[in-house]
Write a protein that binds this ligand. Structure first.
Ligand code: EPZ
Length: 421
């Protein structure tokens, strides 16, 4: 297993290219199940989760081919299997999203139940209720979701009690091929939902309102292939912005967009970081002096849970106290004990954390627990005195591409060590 060695204390300067969004790219790949295709996707991030999704879609029978390297993929073909097995779904929860498209295209799906994960119990009841409202018959047996729609799906009105990102995406994809019109009320409004709707529309779907919370889908007979470029990763962009905020410096995040992350930019500015939109991205400037702020995670357009751990690391060296309340996942403070081992002063009670800013952090051996938590430890390492060793970096490789290259290019001292060598 690889680990990272990070020597703190370097200011960051230069340019970091923002890659394609993990949480959009994965769903756009799944959308290719809805047509013979091919769907040609560009700006696909080069990360482990994308490789896992490639292997799942290949197992379902799709042809998944690289076009000039891993960032451009061609996906399409006939469906040969309707089963998403436990070993893949347990590795990557986003696999649950094949359920709706398989039901819509071939009237049948067998998908392992994902179970809980490091950040919470994460049930999929809203996905299942939504698909049932479109006429699917669902039976849970032996840890699997067995779903059928022998006469095809039909449009319906679905009111989500909570704007779940995954449930919205599963229902949205299924509804594109349902007979009649589907209305999804209280739908998630994340920019990745709009990206998915735009891609589906490019494939011939009829979707409106994807950014408004009420999505209307007029079912069509079939979808066709298309060319589509994955949106930039707003979470990767926000993560590097926190890095510059902490270390001090001046970095252009190439491809970063203000419109996708207003809540994050507001919080960065409130903490004392300068963010400017330029023609080719977001420019982040900081003198390393930060002020404590209060944050609550919320569904989009609120402050994203996927930026919570990184802000916690950043605020641990801010002047004064901060509070962070996590409302989306019930167990997303796994990074707190590790940050405290590096000298942070963070206490938690239930879903809230109080962060008392300290002057400096000190290097330690720390362990990654999930994707965003891993990056919060890198951020701490970038400002800590001494050399931090971060193990279990496979969590990080699932969702951030070439971290050590992107950071080193801006002056950070970080290197990957392959343990087998
Ligand atoms: C997506 O997960 C993202 N994953 C997550 O990113 C992100 O944190 C999350 O949305 C919230 O923004 C992908 O896009 C692959 P939800 P998802 O359904 O779709 C509860 C990262 O670090 N819920 O909006 O699973 C659920 O338990 C990851 O990149 C139900 O109760 O999120 C959670 O508490 C981690 N029943 C809340 O809703 C359901 O049927 C939000 O979940 C579905 C969800």
């Amino acid at each position: 297993m690889d680990y990272f060695l990070i020597e703190g204390g370097q200011r960051l300067g230069g340019r970091i290219p923002v890659g394609g969004a993990k949480n959009s790219g994965l769903k756009l790949m799944v959308a290719s199940l809805l047509s013979e295709g091919p769907l040609i996707l560009s700006n696909v991030p080069d990360i482990a989760d994308i490789r896992t999704m490639r292997s799942l879609l290949s197992q379902l029978g799709l042809d998944v081919d690289e076009v000039d390297g891993p960032r451009k993929l061609s996906l399409g073909g006939a469906i040969a299997s309707v089963e998403a097995p436990y070993d893949i779904v347990s590795r990557m929860r986003a696999s649950i999203l094949v359920l709706g498209p398989l039901l819509a295209r071939v009237g049948e799906a067998r998908v392992s139940l994902p179970g809980g994960c490091a950040i919470g119990t994460r049930p999929v009841d809203l996905h299942l209720k939504g698909l049932e409202a479109l006429g699917a018959e669902i039976l849970l047996e032996g840890g699997y979701i067995n779903a059928k729609a022998p006469d095809g799906l039909k449009g319906g009105r679905i009111v989500l009690p909570f704007p779940s990102v995954g449930a919205t995406e599963n229902i949205l994809m299924a509804a594109t091929l349902a007979r009649g019109t589907t209305e999804i009320v209280n739908a998630a409004r994340e920019p990745e939902i709009l990206d998915l709707a735009n891609c589906l529309n490019a494939m011939g779907a009829r979707i409106t309102g994807a950014h408004s919370g009420t999505i209307l889908v007029e079912g069509v007979e079939r979808l066709h292939g298309a060319h589509y470029s994955v949106m930039p990763d707003r979470i990767e962009c926000g993560t590097y912005a926190c890095a510059v905020g902490m270390t001090g410096g001046d970095v252009l995040l190439e491809g970063g967009r203000m419109a996708d992350q207003e809540a994050v930019i507001h919080a960065l500015r409130e903490a004392g970081v300068t963010v400017t939109e330029e023609v080719d991205g977001l420019r982040i400037q900081s003198d390393g002096y930060l002020k404590g702020i209060d944050l609550t995670t919320e569904p989009y357009p609120g402050f994203p849970t996927d930026m919570q751990a990184q802000f916690m690391a950043m605020l641990s060296v801010a002047d004064g106290a901060s509070t962070i309340t996590e409302t989306i996942f019930e167990n997303r403070f796994m990074h707190v004990p590790e940050l405290n081992r590096m000298g942070a002063k963070i206490s938690t009670q239930g879903r809230s954390a109080v962060i008392r800013g300290v002057k400096r952090l000190s290097a330690a051996r720390v362990m990654a627990t999930d994707l965003r938590a891993s990056f919060s430890l890198i951020l701490a390492g970038l400002v800590a005195e001494g050399e931090t060793m971060l193990s279990r970096v496979y969590h990080l490789d699932r969702g951030y591409e070439h971290v050590e290259k992107k950071l080193s290019a801006c002056g950070a001292k970080i290197r990957r060590v392959q343990q087998s060598k």
